[in-house]
Design a binder for this molecule. Structure first.
Ligand SMILES: [Zn+2]
Length: 102
């Protein structure tokens, strides 16, 4: 009986981790309402696994924010149209990515 309740507790805390991790990006970017943000913050304070994921995600988001914006050149749209015209009715299953194996 005691084992069963322990098992349930573990399952519950794991599903809480899943819920928290689904909210992490919104938490970092400040999109959560105050109550949800506080619940996430409280969970992060006691859960090492979620805290590690939180740090990694925060670092990843910071890195992405440092990347420069890529502006496609003026002839980019024309190049795409030309590439489409080149193979007008090729079925998707015949298409091969332009990779050459050594
Ligand atoms: Zn957790």
């Amino acid at each position: 009986m005691e084992q069963n309740s322990l098992l349930n507790e573990t399952t519950e805390s794991v599903s809480l981790c899943v819920k928290v991790q689904q909210q992490l990006q919104d938490y970092i970017e400040g999109y959560l309402d105050a109550v949800t943000a506080e619940a996430v913050r409280a969970h992060l304070a006691v859960c090492a696994m979620c805290q590690r994921n939180y740090r990694e995600l925060r670092q990843t988001i910071r890195l992405i924010e440092t990347l420069p914006f890529a502006t496609p050149g003026r002839d980019y749209a024309e190049a795409v149209r030309a590439a489409i015209k080149e193979r007008p009715n090729m079925p998707w299953w015949k298409w091969r990515p332009p990779i050459r194996w050594p």
